[in-house]
Each structure stands twice: as C-alpha cells, then as structure tokens.
Design a protein around this ligand. Structure first.
Ligand SMILES: CC(C)(COP(=O)(O)OP(=O)(O)OC[C@H]1O[C@@H](n2cnc3c(N)ncnc32)[C@H](O)[C@@H]1OP(=O)(O)O)[C@@H](O)C(=O)NCCC(=O)NCCS
Length: 181
C-alpha cells in the first residue's frame, strides 16, 4: 500500500517552466486557508492536471470567481485532459452558476463559452486582450479585485514575472450581496 500527500506543486512547475508564480500562488492559498475551489486530475497515481477558482471582488463584495491557475503537465497536454477537467469543473455546484473570469488564451477558453470581458477591467490585462468572462452580468466600469495571494506570490516568486504579477486592486462598490471575508 502506498499513501502519499497529493500536491499540484510539481505539475504547476512543469507546466509553467518559466515561472514559479503559479506554484507559489497555490501554496499561499493553502497557507492562508483561502476559500478556493480546486480539483486535481490523477492518472496512474500521478497528478497530471489542476484547476483552481478563487474569489473575484468588486470592492469588498464578491462578484464571481477567478479561474486560476489551470495547468496540464506537459506530457499530457493536447490530449483532451484540460478540456475534460474544465468541463468537469464547470458542472460542479460551486461553479456552475457563478460569474467566472479568466486571464488566458481566448482560443482555448472560448470553446467553453467564455467571451472577451469588457467590464470589469482586469488589473493584469490593460489592453483587454486575454481577459474573458462567463455568466458575467457587469455592465458598468470597475476593476475586478483578486485575493491578496495573487500579489503576495509575485513577491516571493524567484523567476520572471507572468501575467498575474501586477499588483491587484480591490476597489469600488458592488451590487452583489455577499461580503468579502
Ligand atoms: C492550456 C492547457 C491547460 C490546456 O490543457 P490541454 O490538456 O493541453 O488542453 P486540451 O488537450 O483539452 O486542448 C488543447 C488543444 O488540444 C486539442 N486536442 C484535444 N484532444 C486532442 C487529441 N486527442 N489529439 C490532438 N489534439 C487534441 C484541442 O482541440 C485543443 O486545441 P486548441 O489548441 O485549438 O485549443 C495546457 O496546455 C497547459 O497546462 N498549458 C501550460 C500552462 C498554461 O498555459 N495554463 C493555462 C493558462 S491560460
């Protein structure tokens, strides 16, 4: 019998070889016990794919979830694993009725119904090229906020910056009724 602690750390470092930002981000989510939704895909005792969702904010109020990070270990990419994991996540009760935001490749996420997001603005995507949303009711201008770990991870990451390394802002008000913890 083999008992092991399951972690996404190695697969995140393999999937993002130029940056340890994503691995640090997930480590910090766990250290700080953030209320995230996450799933690991295990194949033959090995973690091969990972997806996480964390709270998105309009000011101090929740306005949906950020999909980040998502990764498939290199040897399993382009075989449908990412598609299956994302489709699975989108069916889950915690996810399926929430507004979702993602900063990623439009060609991949559009297949799941994500569309270019005009509002809110993403603090990490000033030219609005890669910020997408799904079930997003927002029609007025604000900058979406991220959990503090998105900034904290960039401060301890030792490798070059990725898109998520700009300081996140949490500002403005929100017409949603759930408050930030
Ligand atoms: C982006 C990522 C999560 C996608 O996961 P994936 O498992 O490679 O995705 P899929 O295999 O489901 O789909 C990817 C492509 O492979 C194609 N594909 C799926 N199954 C296939 C198969 N059996 N044979 C050949 N191609 C296949 C899909 O049509 C898709 O085409 P596209 O490139 O036009 O979108 C993954 O490539 C990854 O981790 N990349 C590095 C980290 C990263 O960029 N993370 C996301 C940040 S936005």
């Amino acid at each position: 019998m083999k008992i092991q602690k399951v972690s996404a750390d190695n697969l995140l470092r393999a999937a993002f070889p130029a940056s340890d930002y994503e691995a640090m981000l997930v480590e910090k989510f766990h250290q700080n016990k953030r209320p995230i939704h996450e799933w690991l895909c295990i194949h033959r005792n090995k973690a091969i794919a990972y997806i996480a969702f964390s709270n998105a904010f309009h000011g101090n109020l929740l306005c949906g979830l950020h999909l980040a990070p998502m990764a498939v270990t290199p040897e399993f990419q382009k075989q449908g694993v990412g598609t299956e994991l994302l489709n699975f996540a989108l069916r889950q009760a915690e996810i399926k009725s929430q507004p979702l935001f993602v900063l990623g490749k439009p060609a991949f996420y559009k297949k799941f119904g994500f569309e270019p997001c005009q509002q809110p603005l993403c603090p990490f995507d000033k030219n609005k090229a890669n910020f997408l949303s799904l079930r997003n009711p927002s029609n007025h201008s604000f900058t979406v906020g991220y959990e503090a770990e998105f900034t904290a991870a960039s401060m301890v990451s030792s490798k070059p910056a990725s898109a998520g390394k700009v300081k996140a802002t949490n500002q403005g008000g929100c017409n949603q009724n759930r408050r930030r913890r």
